[in-house]
Design a protein around this ligand. Sequence first.
Ligand code: SF4
Ligand code: SF4
Length: 362
Amino acid sequence: MNYFKEKIKYHMPHGVLSLYRKLRYKDIPLSKNIKTRLGCKELENYASFNYSNGNFLFGFCCPRPGQVNTPKVIFETNDPKQMAQLFKTGRDKLISTLDSKNHPCHGCNKISNVSDTALKPLTTIQISLPLSCNMLCFYCHNSIPKRTNAQIEEKKKLDSFDYISLFKEFEKLGMIDNKTKFNWASGEITILKQRHAFFDFAKTHNVHIFCNGLLFSKDLADWFSTEHQIGALNVSLDCGTAKTFERMKGMDKFEDVKNNLIKYGSNRVKEKEYELKYIFCEGYNDNKKDILGFIEIAKQANVTKVMMDRNFHDIQKPLSEHMKEMCKYFCETASRFGIRNIIRQQFSDKDIKYFSSYTQNK
Ligand code: SF4
Ligand code: SF4
């Protein structure tokens, strides 16, 4: 029965599928006979592990400009066992009190009626520790302009934390299972002392690594050549010339990164996706020379796809005509080189539709 339901869902025309999603996830009773409660898909499926002001914490959705407060569980301990227990209690409480006016999610339009079943294991754990990064991108999600002494001290704490024990405690409490996906997102895994243990863990879990490509890491290359588990490596290169690289990332290391990308590509097994990202930043990389240089590197590194994205700080602004022209050129160039191109959701639905008409994904 479920098989047929899934079949019907995935073969629906787009308009019908979108209506199905609206009905499924909006604030309507699922059925008179099914007991419902308030819920949120992000709160129940996703958790982002961060570090701020001396404390580790989990946030439950990705904060975007204009969004209400992201609910969090903040830890005053670094003990993995206690942290896992506190996380479980904190998340259960946040879910069971969603109807309260003082709740951090109050007013969010992602709250809907869901069937009142037991909580399932998390589908995604995101790890975002941008203090431990060796680059200085001007557009960094967490706006790191330069390294301060306090940040260097904090980096030591991130280096000594036992991430794997924390995930094992989560497993024991049933909050993650073998389907849970781990995204090592902002923060540079290749410079963290715990990377050996993490890449060992990654050989048996579904892991998506986001790194900046500045260093060639043997741990990362070994994991990328391990067939046993699916996973992905994503690098934000964002340009195709040394000059733009230096302006965007605060260092003259374009050639090193380019060579590392090609070396990582030569280690890849088919179980792993290899993604190269281009974050469009007005006045920096919105030109044909950078786009062409980038696509040529993507080809040499044998990536499985490129991704077009927008500067996080600009997403409230509509795209200028010039930027639209350059994004279109990016889509056409990727198609010409036979490379799959994913248009990320930082673009508006209208822009995605427009650029998709210039994208040929085989
Ligand atoms: S703020 Fe909104 S999206 Fe985030 S966890 Fe709460 S209800 Fe979900
Ligand atoms: S590589 Fe990522 S985490 Fe590091 S500074 Fe750049 S955007 Fe920030």
